[in-house]
Ligand binder design. Structure first.
Ligand SMILES: Nc1ncnc2c1ncn2[C@@H]1O[C@H](COP(=O)(O)OP(=O)(O)OP(=O)(O)O)[C@@H](O)[C@H]1O
Ligand SMILES: [Mg+2]
Length: 267
């Protein structure tokens, strides 16, 4: 992807935005990019927890905005991966301080002054102010969607809003695909997701209990050797990084590949 500021969003809550942000951010750093993952959400399973960095958080985004610290000092460096930093969300303070214009300035400073190659922004669920703030600086988006009707419906609204905001380089991350569905040949849901939403997929991630385990131990999956979701998220990052990595798993699903070919303008 060309976009250096990328918002990870979904509309619907709980579909895998924070998981995607943590893992794709970690993987991009692993591939040699200098990456900031930025938490705009104040949720239960925050980005700092999923990254295993919560004990090292001193300052947050609102401290930077309100001038209590410099941006540099609020960034938490991840010691496990060279070039990976977290800018944490405010846990307690008033979210009102975070307005889209100020947030744009902060992301601009990360890219233009602090030398980051990529800024991944973990958006809150919903289509309200939190989402609009998170998306304000973005040049591109990862729209995370689960293969189910309510998630697809919300993603559709979000895609419309992104386009209305002039955010152009948008891709789907289809998360929580169930392997047994693939085996049964029951992949209609995925075809439908892609067709209805009219966006190219850049990641297809299976349902995998390792996701929850990794959240609990605070270690992004892509740092662990062998899990299906970890591999899929690493491949997602490789595609974002610019490598040509075929979309996974589903070679024998003719319908699925027919849908992909249609979308990419093939036969
Ligand atoms: N591929 C997957 N396989 C299994 N569980 C998953 C997968 N992706 C996400 N989960 C689980 O789903 C839950 C929600 O994930 P996550 O916190 O990333 O979603 P979110 O979109 O950031 O949610 P919110 O809208 O609340 O911020 C977590 O418990 C996570 O472990
Ligand atoms: Mg989240």
């Amino acid at each position: 992807m060309e976009a250096r500021a990328i918002v990870v969003t979904s509309g619907k809550g709980g579909v895998g935005k924070t998981t995607t942000t943590a893992n794709v951010g970690t993987a991009l750093a692993h591939l040699g990019e200098k990456v900031a993952v930025v938490d705009v959400d104040v949720g239960l399973r925050n980005l700092d927890v999923v990254m295993g960095l919560e004990s090292r958080v001193v300052f947050d985004l609102i401290d930077v905005i309100e001038g209590r610290t410099e941006l540099k000092k609020a960034l938490v460096r991840d010691k496990r991966v060279e070039g990976l930093y977290l800018l944490p969300a405010a846990q307690t303070r008033d979210k009102e301080a975070l307005d889209p214009e100020r947030f744009k300035e902060i992301v601009w400073e990360l890219l233009e002054k602090e030398g980051f190659d990529r800024v991944l922004i973990d958006s809150p669920a919903g289509i309200e102010k939190g989402f609009k703030t998170a998306a304000a600086p973005a040049e591109g988006a990862l729209v995370v969607v689960n293969p189910e009707v309510s998630s697809v419906r919300d993603a559709d609204r979000i895609i419309g809003m992104l386009e209305a905001m002039g955010i152009q380089e948008n891709y789907l991350v289809i998360n929580r695909i169930r392997p047994e569905m693939v085996k049964r040949g029951d992949m209609l849901a995925v075809e439908d997701v892609i067709e209805i939403l009219g966006l190219k997929p850049i990641g297809i991630v299976p349902e995998d209990e390792h996701v929850l385990i990794s959240t609990n131990v605070g270690e992004p999956l892509v740092l662990r050797s062998n899990s299906a979701a970890g591999r899929a998220l690493m491949e997602t990052a490789r595609r974002i990084h610019g490598e040509s990595v075929p979309l996974p798993l589903l070679e024998d699903k003719k319908g699925f590949w027919a849908a992909i070919r249609r979308i990419f303008g093939g036969s």
